[in-house]
Design a protein around this ligand. Structure first.
Ligand SMILES: C[S@@+](CC[C@H](N)C(=O)[O-])C[C@H]1O[C@@H](n2cnc3c(N)ncnc32)[C@H](O)[C@@H]1O
Length: 350
């Protein structure tokens, strides 16, 4: 007996999503899972008896992350032979390799273990969307920045001011950085303001410490293997974070912002976050907005709130980059950009 219709349907939907986001192998692994899973493996029985909403629980990403981890560790040669740099295999070939994996009790147990916990990612290409936002803040205020990131995961995007960028024909940042980002750009260019960072600090309810090899490998496992440039970027950003660890606290974003974020003369306090707000509890979201609006910002000590988040109001249904700036008068709201969820393209609107 195969997977129940609701679970099989969720794998099919995830496959469509992956294909639209340029991950055809990960899509095919989702489709192959439906063919390969019968009641004979712990993994399949766990999937079949899943008590929650498979989409909300990112069940398919748990499965594909586990497969990728086993491939990366060299534990499943038959499956690994079908992963990049090999040509895109057929779903039938992937299903055959998954059946071999699931028939091995140790590998089956290892894969089932990946189903137990939610994926946690940290997409460094989002710095390519956040950085022009920081340039806009620097241009508007003429001040150096103190950075505060909410939901920063492993803190890879806390190093954004050290990376190199190409925005259209504009070169920004350090051309020698191991992390070079060049989102496909449309629209006008951002203001060519130098970004000077006085301090940086982040928080996450469940921070990832890249000093731990198991954490690093887990982070890499969730990067879709059919996107080699993304895999290379993630590895480079992890190396940057290991060489200069970003300060990260373990705290709810609202508790943390109330304790840490206040205006300081001669600098802008910049609170930013990417694809994180949707995961915060409603009370946390409300407290963040209230705290920022309640700060006594002034022209000499402004406060900025930069957010690259899913935005239901957007006709394009893409994440948006929005900025609210307080500098004494009314809050100034700007819709700066629409961007791909992983930062691969950006339409600058400001
Ligand atoms: C999808 S990840 C995005 C991580 C990172 N911002 C990025 O763009 O790659 C969302 C992050 O929000 C964190 N998170 C969820 N609820 C939180 C909360 N209440 N306070 C702080 N962080 C939270 C999660 O642990 C996770 O690391």
């Amino acid at each position: 007996m195969g997977l129940p219709p609701a679970i099989a349907e969720a794998f099919a939907r995830q496959a469509g999503f992956c294909r639209r986001l340029g991950a055809p192998l990960t899509a095919a692994v989702c489709e192959a899972a439906v063919l390969a899973c019968d009641a004979s493996s712990v993994t399949a029985r766990t999937l079949a008896a899943w008590p929650g909403d498979p989409m909300a629980d990112a069940l398919m990403m748990r499965f594909t992350g586990g497969c990728n981890a086993l491939v990366r560790a060299g534990r499943v040669p038959m499956l690994g032979a079908l992963y990049p740099p090999a040509e895109l295999p057929t779903v039938a070939d992937l299903a055959a390799a998954l059946r071999v994996l699931l028939a091995d009790p140790a590998l089956d147990a290892a894969l089932a273990g990946w189903l137990a916990g939610p994926p946690q990612t940290n997409e460094v290409a989002r710095s390519g969307v956040l950085m022009p936002g920081l340039m806009t803040i620097a241009a508007a205020t003429g001040l150096p920045l103190r950075l505060f990131e909410l939901g920063c995961s492993a803190g890879l995007n806390l190093a954004l001011a050290t990376f190199g960028y190409r925005f259209g024909d504009m070169a920004v940042g350090d051309p020698q950085s191991p992390v070079q980002l060049a989102p496909a750009w449309t629209g006008p260019l951002p203001p060519a303001a130098a970004v000077s960072v006085l301090s940086r600090r982040g928080t996450d309810i469940s921070p990832l410490d890249v000093a731990d090899p198991a954490v690093r490998e887990r982070l890499m496992a969730y990067v879709w293997p059919d996107q080699p440039e993304r895999v290379a970027r993630a590895a480079a950003a992890i190396a940057v974070a290991r060489a200069d660890p970003p300060p990260i606290d373990r705290a709810d974003a609202a508790d943390w912002i109330e304790a840490h974020v206040a205006p300081a003369p001669g600098s802008v306090a910049v609170v930013y976050h990417s694809i994180a707000f949707q995961y915060f509890p409603a009370a946390t979201k409300a407290r963040i907005a209230a705290h920022l609006a309640g700060l006594a910002a002034s022209a000499a000590a402004p406060v900025a709130w930069l957010r690259y988040e899913m935005d239901d109001a957007s006709a394009a249904r893409l994440p948006t980059l929005r900025l609210t700036l307080w500098r004494g008068g009314d809050a100034e709201d700007h819709l700066l950009a629409r961007a791909h969820p992983h930062g691969s393209f950006l339409e600058w609107l400001a």
